[in-house]
Design a protein. Structure first.
Length: 64
């Protein structure tokens, strides 16, 4: 496996893990979604509220 592929796999896993941790935290959904938006904006990624909702639905669907 190429080193770059391993790096991408690690980063992808880290992102999914962080997203799951945020979504499972005992916080109101609205506050959590706002936190996700702020996180992505700090990283220079523009994400809309609708995209955050889709991400939440996708992550919630993969848990059950």
């Amino acid at each position: 496996m190429k080193a770059i592929t391993l790096l991408y796999a690690f980063l992808g896993g880290a992102i999914v893990g962080c997203g799951s941790a945020l979504l499972l935290a005992p916080e109101k959904g609205e506050d959590t979604r706002a936190r996700i938006c702020r996180f992505f904006k700090k990283k220079g990624i523009t994400i809309s509220d609708a995209e955050v909702d889709e991400l939440v639905a996708e992550l919630a669907g993969s848990q059950g």
